[in-house]
Design a protein around this ligand. Structure first.
Ligand code: NAG
Ligand code: NAG
Length: 237
């Protein structure tokens, strides 16, 4: 798939996503879900992007070290240039724990890029979990375009314990990495959540397959929570 198609697909999913999102909000009450965090992982300062989104300096992580990509000029936004990585010295599991969240459904988006930030030409293998369910499995080697340009990944999860846990588990001595982490509260009834129930994570793997087969064909997947261990229960298109 060409970069152009990739961008097209990206814009389309983006448009569709927000269209769906807005349509699914109830028209009878003012939009009540305004809680949002945009965390610029690895950055010591707050900043505002061209869309007037305020990006918070890196916070809420349990460990790790900050760094920047090897070619910052290749990236448009400052929140894509810095990252946090979790060396093995910080243990096998590290998390971002976003506190003080009212119970509800949340949209979580991560941006992940390697860009040879460590000079080792080895994108790491690691897993990412949300609320105890493994949602992404990064495996080395990554497709070249994702290693260099990065990838956004989106999911919906229910949070009912007051905090969102996004955790990283390194393979062998590979340090997991993350460039940005966003969390928005959404309408609990969006995406047919009433039918799905509260113990599922809805993951959009389609965006990640853009131009590659890193996560298979364009598809979304529902993962179920079960005592902290998620098992995929099926695919939806
Ligand atoms: C960034 O913004 C947050 C929230 O408004 C504030 O608490 C913090 O002091 C600001 N500055 C830095 C360097 O984090
Ligand atoms: C961002 O905010 C500034 C100042 O409030 C305003 O002048 C500008 O038009 C805004 N830009 C966008 C893209 O909304």
């Amino acid at each position: 798939m060409s970069l152009f198609h990739c961008v097209q697909l990206f814009s389309f999913s983006f448009f569709f996503f927000f269209f769906f999102f807005i349509c699914s909000a109830t028209p009878f009450t003012p939009y009540p879900f305004d809680l949002a965090y945009h965390i610029d992982c690895g950055s010591p300062t707050n900043s505002t992007d061209p869309f007037n989104t305020t990006w918070l300096s890196d916070r809420f992580s349990t460990g790790g070290v900050t760094s920047i990509v090897s070619e910052p000029l290749h990236f448009h936004y400052s929140y894509e240039k810095s990252l946090r990585f979790f060396p093995i010295s910080y243990g096998k599991k590290n998390c971002y724990v976003i506190p003080s969240l009212p119970p509800g459904r949340y949209f979580i988006r991560t941006f992940t890029v390697y860009d040879n930030y460590d000079g080792k030409s080895h994108p790491p293998s690691f897993d990412v979990s949300v609320e105890g369910t493994v949602v992404f499995s990064w495996r080395s080697p990554w497709p070249e375009s994702i290693a260099r340009d990065g990838a956004y990944s989106d999911l919906f999860a229910f949070v009912n314990d007051g905090e969102a846990d996004v955790c990283f588990y390194g393979f062998a001595t590979d340090p997991p990495i993350i460039s940005s982490l966003e969390l928005f509260q959404v309408d609990p009834l969006s995406y047919d959540s009433a039918t799905l129930g509260d113990n599922h994570v809805l993951v959009d793997y389609g965006r990640l397959s853009c131009g590659t087969n890193q996560w298979g064909p364009d598809s979304a997947m529902i993962l179920t929570f079960s005592a902290g261990h998620g098992n995929p229960i099926g695919n939806i298109d």
